[in-house]
Design a protein. Structure first.
Length: 260
């Protein structure tokens, strides 16, 4: 089934951060290096102090402000969290009426390449009447093909760890920028441990709902997420995965490709 945006604003909310401290404020909070905004938009996340995912978003420089393109379902909680961190910083954080469009065809003027993967095409932020009409694109198929997790599906607030979901591969976390919320746990996962579980692309024979537990010989191995045709994204414990697995009545097979 094609996962096309019915209108440009259906899935996303755009927040505005302005004020003289906006870059310094974000630099101490998010996983990516805000200095990269001098080269163009970036993708990043906000974590809990324990290193767990809260929200991911695109940060887009826009003159004297930074625009934050975030899933609508996460926007209210993210705004509240940012306001708590603001303290005395000279930064104003506000919702906007701007909307988001995306597509795979020729990029319109003012659009930018999706920083997570070239195959995801372009994104554009603006007033509704300035954006091109949405394209009919099977975004789920593209995400599965290129192993890109989605807010609210693979990425669950207060549960997910970003390194298990490919944020290093996507360029969405920077290990040289210095401190940010959750940095200590994330750095320890990177440098002191070998990830034993994380994202994988699997083949699926049969029908299973996202969230279904994956088992092998009766033992839990992981969980199924986005399904597109006969392939899906899953979170697997790598040392237990292999051979024929099950997600409900569906048969799951993994070729060993990791998405971390």
């Amino acid at each position: 089934m094609a996962d096309a945006l019915p209108t440009p604003s259906a899935e996303r909310t755009v927040l505005s951060l302005s004020g003289s401290d906006r870059e310094k404020f974000l630099q101490g909070l998010v996983t990516n290096d805000i200095r990269k905004l001098a080269e163009g938009p970036i993708h990043a996340a906000l974590l809990t102090p324990q290193g767990k995912y809260l929200a991911d978003f695109f940060l887009v420089p826009d003159g004297e402000r930074i625009l934050m393109d975030v899933a609508r379902s996460l926007a209210d909680d993210l705004l509240k969290r940012l306001m708590l961190y603001r303290l005395r910083a000279d930064v104003a954080i506000e919702p906007t009426d701007l909307v988001v469009a995306r597509g795979l065809g020729p990029a319109p003027e003012g659009a930018f390449a999706d920083p997570r993967a070239k195959a995801l095409g372009w994104r554009m932020i603006g007033p509704t009447d300035t954006l091109p009409p949405p394209e009919t694109v099977n975004w789920d198929a593209l995400r599965v093909e290129h192993m890109i997790p989605e807010s609210g599906i693979e990425l669950q607030p207060n549960e997910s760890y970003i390194l298990e979901w490919g944020f290093e591969r996507m360029g969405s976390v920077d290990f040289r920028k210095g401190c940010y919320v959750g940095q200590e746990v994330t750095a320890r996962m990177k440098h002191k441990t070998e990830l034993r579980k994380g994202m994988a692309r699997v083949e699926i024979d049969g029908t299973a709902m996202p969230g279904t537990e994956i088992t092998a010989e009766g033992r839990p191995v992981g969980r199924l997420f986005t399904v597109s045709g006969n392939r899906a994204l899953a979170h697997l414990r790598y040392d237990r995965a292999g051979g024929e697995m099950r997600a409900g009545e569906a048969v799951i097979r993994w070729d060993g490709t990791r998405g971390i």
